[in-house]
Design a binder for this molecule. Structure first.
Ligand code: IFM
Length: 442
């Protein structure tokens, strides 16, 4: 493999998944802190209370990033550390923490990519309706503006929201993620208010910032399970729901037509949107989180009359039960270019959970993760050669961490973290990634 010289190599994490110390230094509780306290929500009753203790160990973790040769580190700020009540009085200690983190990254020669929202809404805002409240876009833009004013002199890459569709689907329809609602009527509003939140934050950025601002969406090609018209239509509906729900209104100015049919009475009569304008770009880059594709078939009683067919035991899959399909990643990048134009793209997350072998002779030989990494990088190399404007790759994740409702049972890290001792161990995939970075892909 060979990647262009300007291609950026890095890794990603998020605040609640690694930081621990959720209430330290005056922070306000997040919906995840709250959600974890209800028995039954998280596997093994776990929480992010300690996680990777990165809030206190970030300097050591930056040394590990340096050791791997990372050029960029994507992390998120916890809104409630900066505004404990979500709005109103600012907590300087929280802001100072992230200033120290950014300064330490820059001194290590690592470019920070700062995600403003990776699912940890302040609980105080949830109590005011969370993303269902029409004021939520303004709450978010005010919080974002504080960070732009404080850190845009040092942060050159900003991401507004991480995976807004997962916030709506997991948190408001399925209910397995915080805040744990199962209310179909909430889903369109949660999506719409996040969209407006992104637009308000970008508008604030155009006044306050001078670098780049984008978004990170999870995209997953939806393939029809069979060639029947019914399965093809089911795959199209799921594509509209998952892949186009946020990007169509953002970049094309309208919601996918299929959504009214999918939601039925739960679809609001009006979701007013301003048309996109070339003069004020709504994104400087698009971050894509890619893990898997899906096969979809018609199902009379499933949501959207569409069922995702799980992989059979003998089909390639990760410990999440997600299909391993690097070709679909290439296909996806071409689809994005065709549908939304030639935006600068970055893979803001890609990685795999596997039940890693135990530490033996100081080695964790995670061969499956290495194979996943390499096959997906090969797909990216081909996409670049075919003219895709791909600027970088951020592996998910730097560390084994709190995988939401799965607790610590699913390990995505390049670096293993022993939850008891907090000992970090570079897996073989991390060493392989270090070699790849050092040789620009070779
Ligand atoms: O851990 C998550 C992350 O927070 C968002 N994207 C998917 C990852 C793996 O499930």
């Amino acid at each position: 493999m060979s990647f262009p010289n300007h291609f950026i190599w890095g890794a990603a994490t998020s605040a609640y998944q690694i930081e621990g110390s959720p209430l330290a230094d005056g922070a306000g509780a997040s919906i995840w802190h709250h959600f974890c306290q209800t028995p039954g929500h998280i596997a093994n009753g776990e929480s992010g209370d300690i996680a990777c203790d990165h809030y206190r160990r970030y300097r050591k973790d930056i040394k590990l990033m340096q050791d791997l040769g990372l050029q960029m580190y994507r992390f998120s700020t916890a809104w409630g550390r900066i505004f404990p009540n979500g709005t109103g009085k600012r907590n300087q200690a929280g802001l100072d923490h992230y200033q120290r983190l950014v300064d330490a990254l820059l001194s290590a020669g690592i470019a920070p990519m700062l995600t403003l929202y990776h699912w940890d809404l302040p609980q105080a805002l949830q109590e005011r309706g969370g993303w269902c409240n029409p004021d939520s876009p303004k709450w978010f833009a005010d919080y974002a503006a504080t960070l732009f004013e404080t850190l845009d002199d040092r942060v050159a890459w900003w991401v507004t929201l991480n995976e807004p569709w997962v916030v709506a689907e997991g948190g408001h329809r399925v209910g397995e993620l915080a805040p744990g609602h199962q209310q179909l009527t909430e889903v369109p509003w949660v999506m719409h208010h996040q969209l407006l939140a992104h637009l308000h934050a970008v508008a604030a950025y155009r006044e306050l910032g001078k670098n780049r601002i984008g978004l990170a969406v999870n995209l997953e090609p939806q393939h029809a399970y069979t060639a029947t018209a019914a399965d093809q239509a089911a795959a199209q509906r799921r594509d509209a729901y998952l892949n186009r729900f946020f990007l169509d209104p953002l970049l094309l100015g309208h919601y996918p037509a299929e959504l009214a049919e999918i939601f039925g009475d739960a679809w609001p009569a009006a979701l007013p949107l301003a048309a996109p304008s070339r003069a004020v770009p709504r994104l400087d880059f698009l971050g894509i989180n890619y893990y898997a594709n899906a096969y979809v078939r018609h199902h009379p009683t499933h949501f959207a009359n569409a069922e995702v067919v799980p992989p059979a035991a003998n089909e390639p899959q990760t410990a999440m039960g997600w299909r391993i399909n690097p070709e679909a990643l290439g296909e996806l990048l071409h689809w994005v270019k065709r549908r939304y134009g030639d935006l600068p793209l970055i893979i803001t997350e890609n990685g795999s959970a596997f039940a890693d072998p135990p530490l033996q002779n100081d080695t964790i030989d995670d061969t499956q993760r290495q194979a996943y990494l390499i096959s997906h990088l090969q797909a990216l190399e081909e996409a670049i050669a075919a003219g895709i404007n791909l600027q970088g790759y951020l592996a998910w994740s730097l560390l084994d961490n709190f995988e939401w409702h799965h607790g610590y049972s699913k390990r995505f890290g390049l670096i293993a973290v022993d939850p008891q001792s907090q000992q970090r161990t570079l897996k073989e995939s991390a060493k392989r990634y270090r070699t790849i970075i050092a040789n620009r892909g070779v």
